[in-house]
Design a protein around this ligand. Structure first.
Ligand code: PLP
Length: 307
């Protein structure tokens, strides 16, 4: 029996799933084409070395959310990895809005990836290489009140990642292993601890509430500067809920009254169980609820401005 058969069947079933979504149009190196027809050479350095960076941008009602902030972070990741930015900002905006319009869902999650390009396998940067640019859209399942009320459970794990976690690199093997360990233990997210201090989740930033005060770790190379994180800090401070950017330990995390994570696809998600113990009374806390409402009102106001 062909040893690659299992893998082949998985690919076929992914493609079949995508076909059910009418084979969505994706963007690859200048063209819009069906996902099943989008192909890259095996010598792409994104495939060979994970030599690439990415962004995930949420879209609400066909509007790209916090687009300038996402494009700034994209630029920072490209600069940090010395991958030339393939397009000026205006071109990125054009491609992104075309992709949004070519896909049906009102709410979407746009995945954007830039690799250093295709070259003979050698660690050193190749000369005269053209970056590979790939974008796709998936329907965004917006956190409903029901999902929010249920919250998630999380466990703490040692932060085994590299020392440039501020770069949104696709080299995500540690994050993948950490997330899987959490899932294997019946939790949905791994909260990471480095040198005794909490950094972030495997795919999210983290906030705690102690005695009514919100706290999140300050930005550094130990964590991704989340676009949702920044917005939550901004909205908290604008709405009289002061948020302090300061490090805290795993012990402080476990003693917190409330805990939530943030990301572009999860928005604000309460952590109601941590290391098999309830956080507070095991339901989303008062300040978490307030923050969620403030976030939802911000989205509604923004929508009104556009309409
Ligand atoms: N931290 C990590 C490691 C992530 O992978 C993500 C998002 O996927 C975040 C934080 C949250 O970032 P954002 O709010 O920009 O989605």
């Amino acid at each position: 029996m062909d040893p690659n058969r299992g893998q082949y069947q998985t690919i076929v079933s992914i493609i079949d799933d995508q076909k059910l979504m009418s084979d969505p149009l994706v963007y690859l190196n200048g063209d819009f084409l069906p996902l099943t027809e989008a192909k890259i050479p095996v010598l792409d350095r994104g495939f060979i070395f994970g030599d690439s960076i990415y962004e995930v941008i949420p879209v609400y009602g066909k509007r790209l959310f916090r687009l300038d902030e996402h494009l700034d972070r994209l630029n920072n990741s490209l600069e940090a990895t010395r991958i030339p930015n393939p397009y000026p900002e205006s071109e990125w905006k054009k491609i992104l809005s075309q992709l949004v319009m070519k896909n049906e869902a009102e709410d979407q999650s746009i995945y954007l990836q830039v690799t250093r390009g295709v070259a003979k396998r050698d660690h050193a940067f190749p000369e005269h290489v053209v970056p590979t640019v790939f974008l796709m859209s998936n329907p965004l399942v917006v956190t409903s009140e029901e999902m929010f009320n249920k919250g998630i459970s999380a466990i703490t794990l040692d932060d085994i990642r590299w020392r440039y976690c501020n770069i949104k690199a696709t080299t995500l093997l540690p994050n993948v292993l950490l997330r899987q360990t959490a899932l294997d233990e019946g939790a949905q997210e791994a909260i990471l601890i480095r040198g005794g201090e909490v950094t972030e989740g495997s795919a999210s930033n983290i906030f705690i509430v102690i005695d009514g005060h919100i706290q999140t770790p300050p930005k550094s190379a130990r964590l991704l500067p989340g676009i949702t994180r920044d917005l939550v800090v901004e909205l908290a401070n604008q709405n009289g809920l002061t948020c302090v950017e300061a490090n805290f330990s795993g012990t402080e995390l476990e003693a917190a009254d409330e805990v939530w994570i943030t990301s572009s696809t999860k928005e604000i998600m309460p952590v109601v169980m941590l290391n098999d113990e309830p956080v507070g009374d095991g339901t989303p806390g008062t300040i978490t609820r307030q923050m969620y409402q403030i976030f939802q009102s911000y989205k509604t106001e923004l929508k009104k401005e556009y309409d």
